[in-house]
Design a protein around this ligand. Sequence first.
Ligand SMILES: [Zn+2]
Length: 288
Amino acid sequence: KEREWKGPFYFIQGADPQFGLMKAWSTGNCDSSGDEWEQEIRLTEQAIQAINRLNPKPRFFVLCGDLIHAMPGMPFQREQTKDLQRVLGAIDRAIPLVFVSGNHDVGNVPTAETIEEFCQTWGDDYFSFWVGGVLFLVLNSQLLYDASSCPALKQAQDLWLDQQLSLAVQQKCQHAIIFQHIPLFLQSIDEDDDYFNLTRSVRKEMADKFTKAGVRAVFSGHYHRNAGGTYKNLDMVVSSAIGCQLGKDTHGLRVVVVTAEKIVHRYYSLDELNEKGIEDDLMELMKQ
Ligand SMILES: [Zn+2]
């Protein structure tokens, strides 16, 4: 039923609740797990409260990775996971949660074991789903970042992705949209490699694959700042964090409206979304 276009809808994108980073960042030791995460608990509670207040309800809430700060095998991994699951448990049951794996969730150099652990805790690391005629693909960007310890898993995702993208073309979806933790790029397809983007060769290959299949947008996190750019018809959208800010943005969420022709999105601070909800011009788009 969800393969058919029935009119505009919206969803909420969030990224990097990353329980533990604010403490680790404040002590200047980001490689530690962060031994407190009270602030992130409050911010994520605020995010859930804002989402629960929205009317009409979003079709889903996608969390684009770095769910917690403790990497696999580090202290507090279990405690941070448990607390995040408890906070997310307060979401309206009519709003499905979609989880994307980040580098902190499966490790900078993921292994079969760390990915399996993620899947056991949060669900598959890559998968697709349909909502109202739109095909959504969730990718494990760590397999694009460094698959040296699990080459077979990278190969499997690559093969699956190619199949999904050809399906997107055959099945004439209204749009195809991708979620992955690490952005392809932060501003431009030609920018230099750094910690926050995928390498030039990988990003170019992926971006060309996506645009050829008609993918309209990629939504990411990881940067803890809002950023983005376009490549051909592809909109690369980088959203700041629910948790720790590394720039001048506010803790927030992105509202994404999908209409027959376009994908319109706007980042809201948690306070703003809680107090005022979604602005009228975005709401208007959904009535068309
Ligand atoms: Zn990250």
